[in-house]
Design a protein around this ligand. Structure first.
Ligand code: GLN
Length: 197
C-alpha cells in the first residue's frame, strides 16, 4: 500500500522527518510519500503526520493562523498515527502556559525547557518501550512530561523524567528522533497500520 505522511512544516526539521518516514516505510514494506504541511487542506489527505520541534509558541500561533490546528485535531481524533517531537509535543498537550495555544489532544502536562541551563542540549542512549535496543536520543531545550492521564503509556524515561509517551495513535517525544539515522520510532508509529489496506 501507499501512504501519505505529512510533516507540519511551519518550523523545524521537516526534511529529516520526511526522510525518516521514507526509511521507516522501506523497512516495513510500505510505499511512503511525504509532503510538507504549510497550509490548510493537506492534513486531511494524510494517513500519518509528524509535528517537528522548533518553538512551540510560534508553531501554535502559525497553526492557528493557517487553520491547520483544527485539521490536526481531527486527524488525531480520527485515530490516525501522529508523531509529535519536542515543541510538537508541547503543541499537542494541555499545558499551563498561556503563550502556547495547545491543541489539547494528548492527555499529558508538559514542562517546557525542563532540563534548563547546562543541560540545554545533550544526547543520551535511552530504553524505549517497544524497541529492543536503546535509542540514541538528542535533547534540545527539551520539555519533560510532568504528568500523564490514564490512557497514556510511558514509553521512555531519562533521569527519572518521562521523555516519551504513547496515547493510542499518538507518540510524543521530548527528544528529536529525526536527527539520527535511527528511524525506529517512525517505524513504531507506522507499525500499527495494516500494509494490505
Ligand atoms: N524549548 C522549545 C519550546 O519550548 C522546544 C525546543 C525544541 O523543539 N527543540 O518550544
Amino acid at each position: 500500500m501507499s501512504l501519505l505522511a505529512g510533516v507540519v512544516g511551519v518550523q523545524g526539521d521537516v526534511s529529516e522527518h520526511r526522510v525518516a518516514f521514507e526509511r521507516a516505510g522501506d523497512a516495513l514494506g510500505f510505499e511512503v510519500e511525504t509532503v510538507a504541511v504549510r497550509d490548510s487542506g493537506t492534513v486531511p489527505d494524510c494517513d500519518v503526520i509528524a509535528l517537528p520541534g522548533g518553538e512551540s509558541t510560534t508553531i501554535s500561533r502559525l497553526l492557528r493562523r493557517e487553520g491547520i490546528d483544527d485539521e490536526i485535531r481531527e486527524h488525531v481524533e480520527a485515530g490516525k498515527p501522529t508523531l509529535a517531537t519536542c515543541a510538537g509535543l508541547i503543541v499537542l498537550d494541555h499545558p499551563d502556559d498561556e503563550r502556547v495555544k495547545s491543541l489539547g489532544v494528548l492527555d499529558v502536562r508538559v514542562e517546557r525547557n525542563a532540563f534548563g541551563g547546562q543541560r540545554e542540549s545533550f544526547e543520551a542512549d535511552i530504553a524505549v518501550e517497544g524497541l529492543d535496543e536503546p535509542f540514541h536520543a538528542v535533547f534540545i531545550r527539551a520539555p519533560v512530561v510532568e504528568s500523564v492521564g490514564e490512557d497514556v503509556e510511558v514509553l521512555a524515561e531519562f533521569d527519572g523524567k518521562v521523555v516519551a509517551v504513547r496515547q493510542d495513535n499518538v507518540i510524543g517525544t521530548a527528544f528529536h528522533p529525526e536527527l539520527t539515522h535511527d528511524h525506529r520510532l517512525h517505524e513504531l508509529l507506522l507499525g500499527g497500520l495494516d500494509k494490505d489496506d
